[in-house]
Ligand binder design. Structure first.
Ligand code: PRP
Length: 209
């Protein structure tokens, strides 16, 4: 909507770390996001509204211009692709690592590796670059369970503290990418809403610093 800047946020852990950053930039939702079932929030600053989405949907909203800037993890951008998006700012929050992991002491056999992950695109590229033959099993959560139940040999997942791996008898193996949360901007919005987006970028850069 012209004149209104629509910012798409990723719910969950990223949202918790995004809100203080936005507050430092002077953007505060008029309702309490944590306790509300609403998905779109007006802000105390007129002309800005917030959408609260699943991370995987943020690039889609921004790419189609249904949101102008978006806040999303680099893992999602690597998996979904960043066509049509600028990625002007690393917000430096929700830092973690995208890694392979396997049961403690697991030794690769001569055959194909079975890899369970929700990041099948990233995993395919990584194993291909390594020249390792692999089959991929798409899961939507609780990847750590797959090796325990004999569904897969290896997982590709986000590792933060490493506690989830440890609690399930797994250990991290290869680092695929360091991950943090990025601000993405629709390329057309960057032109049509140039002043508002540049101002937001400057405020967020300062809040990050
Ligand atoms: C992520 C990830 C791991 C866990 C890693 O899941 O998939 O399960 O966090 O964190 P740790 O190294 O600190 O234990 P998340 O809780 O974000 O939920 P998700 O499965 O929906 O991604």
């Amino acid at each position: 909507m012209s004149g209104t800047l629509t910012l798409a946020l990723t719910k969950g852990r990223i949202l918790k770390e995004t809100l203080p950053l936005l507050a430092r930039a002077g953007i505060v939702p008029a309702d309490d996001i944590a306790s509300s079932r609403k998905l779109v929030f007006e802000c105390t600053r007129p002309g800005v509204r917030l959408l609260v989405l699943r991370g995987t949907d943020v690039p889609t909203y921004v790419r189609h211009g249904a949101a102008d800037p978006g806040v999303v993890g680099k893992d999602i951008l690597l998996e979904e692709g960043a066509d049509g998006l600028y990625e002007p700012l690393d917000l430096g929050i929700a830092r973690c690592r995208l890694m392979t992991a396997a049961p403690v002491g697991w030794i690769p056999g001569p055959g194909r590796v079975r890899v369970a992950t929700k990041f099948t695109g990233i995993a395919r590229r990584f194993f291909a670059e390594q020249g390792r033959q692999a089959d991929f099993i798409k899961l939507y959560g609780a990847m750590e369970l797959a090796p325990l139940m004999g569904l897969a040999d290896v997982i590709v997942d986000i590792v933060d503290t490493g506690n989830t791996l440890k609690a399930n008898g797994l250990e991290p193996l290869d680092l695929i990418a360091d991950i943090s949360t990025r601000l993405v901007v629709n390329k057309a919005s960057m032109r049509s809403q140039h002043a508002a987006i540049e101002a937001l970028l400057a405020e967020l850069r300062e809040a990050v610093a």
